[in-house]
Write a protein that binds this ligand. Structure first.
Ligand code: G4P
Length: 296
């Protein structure tokens, strides 16, 4: 696995975030609802310290609604405020401001007691690249593209956005790195498009995705590609590759000599999964995560 993430960037971002954190009341973390845990920055708890946290389960249009409910309950049980959104269409985003105010109710009450009624709530929005953070910020702001706010004297690299109703958002200073620990997380990040395909060749990645889909949503796989799943007693060496071949054969992707064009099928599978064409599929569950934690 070859994911490049430069330690220099990580150190700089960490430093910038420590400075920014002092200026905000809460941290809002955007994650991909299909891989909530994998799409979090692994050092976020440490970086965010004691700041109240709101977690945005984004891309819910592509995730299994039942699994999203489970994840929301899971994070709420850990003390986070949770919001489920589809930032692309804007679904769920309108609830953000109220959710932040509920999260910070005690603090806002104290401000009121001190006569600071007009004080705005400041929130830092963080997320690894490509989880939909900019799209989310734009939707909260109610505009098409993000634009730096008119705030004088901001630290270089900081982008503040003023939302109507006394809310100010700070975009992540620097680039937040994804998990880098193991092959599984690398594959999940790659199949959802959070990191570039080229960490693995496209066919290998598609084979891995086939295996994951076979495990999580076999019926959606057969519905889309119309192939038969292997019988229990069938001996198959490489399940993912076998499924890729079956799908390619059904689609009629042949190259000279009648060989199946698995590379073409691989690209299509990745595109179609990312675009939600196979249905709404979540690739990790809270139970799997808990099991993984238990196994060290
Ligand atoms: P980032 O700031 O976290 O790096 O991510 P960004 O907002 O740029 O979003 C990355 C891609 O994800 C964009 O697609 C964006 O439209 C899409 N996206 C964001 N939120 C959602 C969501 O809730 N659901 C879905 N389905 N997609 C979402 P793109 O292909 O890069 O651009 P475009 O096709 O929108 O032009």
């Amino acid at each position: 696995m070859n994911i490049q993430w430069y330690p220099g960037h990580m150190t700089r971002t960490r430093r910038q975030m420590a400075v920014s954190l002092k200026q905000v009341d809460a941290v809002c973390e955007v994650v991909d609802a299909r891989i909530p845990q994998v799409s979090r920055n692994p050092d976020m708890d440490e970086i965010a310290g004691n700041k109240p946290r709101i977690l945005i389960l984004n891309r819910t249009d592509l995730a299994d609604p039942e699994a999203t409910k489970q994840w929301a309950a899971f994070y709420r049980s850990k003390g986070y405020a949770v919001l489920t959104t589809d930032a692309k269409s804007g679904a769920g985003v309108a609830k953000f401001s109220a959710a932040v105010r509920t999260l910070l109710a005690d603090k806002i009450e104290k401000w009121k007691e001190k006569g600071q009624t007009g004080r705005s709530v400041k929130v830092m929005v963080v997320g690894i690249p490509n989880v939909g953070k900019s799209t989310f910020i734009n939707k909260v702001l109610g505009r098409k593209s993000a634009k730096a706010a008119d705030k004088p004297g901001v630290t270089r690299g900081q982008q503040w956005f003023r939302v109507e109703g006394g809310l100010e958002l700070l975009d992540t200073p620097g680039i937040l790195w994804p998990k880098l620990d193991d092959e599984r997380t690398g594959i999940l990040l790659a199949v959802t498009g959070a990191v570039k395909d080229n960490i693995l060749d496209v066919e290998t990645l598609a084979c891995k995705l086939m295996e994951i889909l076979y495990h999580h949503a076999p019926e959606l796989l057969t519905e889309r590609y119309k192939f038969e799943l292997p019988h229990e007693d069938e001996e198959i060496d490489f399940l993912g590759y076998e499924l890729l071949m079956r799908a390619g054969r059904k689609r009629g992707f042949l190259i000279s000599g009648g060989e199946i064009d698995t590379e073409r099928m691989a690209r299509i599978l990745l595109d179609e999964y990312r675009g939600g064409k196979l249905g709404r599929i979540t690739l990790e569950t809270p139970d799997e995560y808990a099991e993984e934690q238990a196994n060290g």
